[in-house]
Design a protein around this ligand. Structure first.
Ligand code: CA
Ligand code: CA
Ligand code: CA
Length: 164
């Protein structure tokens, strides 16, 4: 009796502590859900794909989130993936497309991120998914999408739960 009570208490404690949940096909991590599209497209088409699924191209807030995404992409192994990062408005000033806010964290591979003709950033397969700047309008990469976990139903997605 005593140990059962203890277990229930422990379960409740873990459940209430930063649990993120997502619908099928989306991975949970710290308040966001992520999914990766299969089709190689331009930046704009990739962003449209994410929006059709209730999100936007990934907005990388910090190294912790970046490392989580890069680990997932290493599992997929197959392709470049678009970030939601662009310096199309002002060359060299990288902004996140979803919030139109200046990027505080960047992970460009050494020597990249400064090309006047390349204004959209990808997770580059060739450099272990560090970022490089690419031509926004060319079909170069697949969509990497993010959305808030608040739109998800916690009850139906226990398989995707990550406690952290
Ligand atoms: Ca984010
Ligand atoms: Ca430019
Ligand atoms: Ca540029």
């Amino acid at each position: 009796m005593h140990s059962i009570f203890h277990l229930v208490f422990l379960f409740g404690f873990v459940q209430g502590r930063g649990t993120t949940c997502c619908t099928d096909g989306w991975l949970a991590f710290e308040g966001s859900c992520y999914t990766f599209g299969r089709d190689i497209s331009s930046f704009t088409v990739a962003e449209q794909y994410c929006r059709q699924h209730g999100g936007h191209l990934i907005h990388v807030d910090n190294a912790h989130e970046n490392n989580f995404i890069k680990d997932r992409l290493r599992d997929l192994k197959s392709s470049h993936y678009w970030t939601g990062l662009t310096d199309e408005d002002i060359e060299g000033e990288w902004n996140w497309f979803d919030t139109d806010s200046n990027a505080t964290f960047l992970n460009f591979y050494a020597g990249y991120g400064h090309n006047i003709n390349l204004d959209c950033a990808i997770f580059n397969y060739g450099v272990d998914f560090s970022w490089t700047d690419n031509d926004c309008s060319t079909a170069n990469a697949k969509p990497a999408c993010e959305r808030s976990s608040e739109t998800c139903s916690c009850e139906s997605s226990s398989a995707n739960m990550i406690v952290g």
